[in-house]
Design a protein around this ligand. Structure first.
Ligand code: AMP
Length: 397
């Protein structure tokens, strides 16, 4: 995969696939600009080289039909404001007028195409549709890591229309490099903290990580199925009975591999799910009847902190308790602090998943971790060991 650093964009029209699938309120105001802000570096490099930029994205789920509700024209003002110069709304990719607008662009200018998902061919990865997009530019840049797990016309198929001239923008490149560093190139010991609500959504990640990690920490709602598999009582805690055999298999694999597995020493339980719950802190791993485990206890917090302090590479995905509720947020806060402290001491840390990012932001620690992956589904698939079609297309170019 070649980064845009390896190319001079002077007098080139660069088609950049971005992920501007931003949240909008009822008046079409952008309520979170992160995705736009994170493309600035790529845009600057191409403009500084003397290139022209044609931005393209999807927005929402228009299901293959033009629908003003999902028009990217609503965000042109915000994109112009963030990129610091006027962005021309060029219209629909198949409209002949759009080609004229783009032909008239001068080097240094930026245009934004209409929502590509107004055409069903986009999500089908249709080669003719990819060619139709490709004829508007001289070079292709993919900076949409958030959609790199989709084999769509603008995220994967189109790369084949630009042999030798398809590049990874900085956002996509840095996401892939950070995940690669933790998965395959980081210093040892490598610790992964996997939290969140369900075993079923994290099982493939755990299976893929196990051979790579030195320490596996499991927290959050998914840990109770593991505790049940170890024979402890779990009261009313979150439990996935159909995942019990899988949890047992993972525990067997852990034992056979000699890897360190950290689950639980004590639990903060509530008598209901809410901030008005009564609290019980268990002495050990057993949770009494009628109580629900909602956070890790103080002994567990200390043991996780110790493991993290001695780690040189850290991956954190998913909160270890119901951190949205103040009473059950201490464990996740302790993990956030430990990851930040270890990073300050020289470890390389990557955090991903909406809830872990929300947690690190809540405790004002986002500047103290090495990389925050905003890839969502794409990041999860990467951690599962899948090859992302968008990345594969660039690798093959
Ligand atoms: P996920 O989207 O799978 O990463 O799950 C994140 C959610 O898991 C957060 O909203 C947490 O509140 C929730 N969670 C964490 N620990 C528990 C727990 N012990 N019981 C129920 N939900 C939990």
């Amino acid at each position: 995969m070649k980064s845009i650093d390896s190319f001079n964009f002077a007098n080139q029209k660069a088609l950049i696939r971005v992920d501007y699938n931003v949240p909008l309120d009822d008046n079409f105001n952008v309520t979170d600009v992160t995705r736009i802000v994170r493309t600035k570096e790529t845009v600057s490099k191409i403009l500084n080289d003397g290139g022209t930029i044609i931005l393209m994205s999807h927005l929402g789920r228009p299901k293959g039909e033009a629908n003003d509700k999902y028009s990217l024209r609503h965000i042109v003002g915000k994109v112009s404001e963030i990129l610091g110069q006027e962005v021309v709304f060029a219209g629909d990719v198949l409209d002949p007028k759009t080609a004229d607008v783009i032909a008239g662009l001068k080097p240094g200018s930026i245009a934004l195409l209409e929502n590509l998902r107004f055409h069903a061919e986009e999500e089908k990865g249709d080669p003719d549709f990819a060619k139709a997009i490709a004829r508007l530019g001289d070079v292709y840049v993919n900076d949409a890591f958030g959609t790199a797990h989709r084999e769509h016309a603008s995220t994967a198929t189109i790369a084949r229309c630009f042999p030798g001239k398809a590049f990874a923008g900085y956002l996509l490149y840095n996401e892939v490099m950070s995940l690669e560093t933790v998965l395959n190139g980081g210093e040892k010991p490598f610790t992964a903290i996997i939290g969140g609500s369900k075993v079923s959504t994290k099982i493939n990640i755990i299976t893929n990580l196990l051979p790579k990690v030195d320490n596996l920490i499991v927290g959050g709602g998914l840990s109770y199925t593991f505790l049940a598999a170890m024979g402890y009582t779990i009261g009313n805690s979150l439990f996935e009975p159909d995942m019990l055999p899988v949890a047992k298999e993972i525990l067997d694999q852990v034992k056979a591999s000699g890897k360190n597995f950290y689950c639980r020493l004590d639990t903060i339980c509530g008598d209901k799910f809410g901030d008005d719950a009564n609290i019980l802190v268990t002495e050990d791993n057993n949770i009494p009847d009628n109580w629900e485990g909602l956070d890790i206890g103080p002994k567990t917090q200390k043991s996780f902190a110790q493991v993290l302090r001695d780690s040189k590479t850290i991956l954190w995905n998913g909160p270890v308790g119901v951190f949205e509720l103040e009473k059950f947020s201490k464990g996740t806060k302790a993990v956030a602090i430990s990851v930040a402290a270890s990073t300050l001491a020289g470890a390389y840390s990557v955090i991903g998943g909406g809830d872990s990012i929300a947690a690190i932001n809540k405790y004002d620690l986002s500047d103290f971790v090495s990389y925050i992956s905003t890839g969502g589904g794409a990041m999860l698939e990467y951690l599962e060991g899948k090859e992302l079609p968008g990345v594969k297309a660039l690798n093959e170019n």
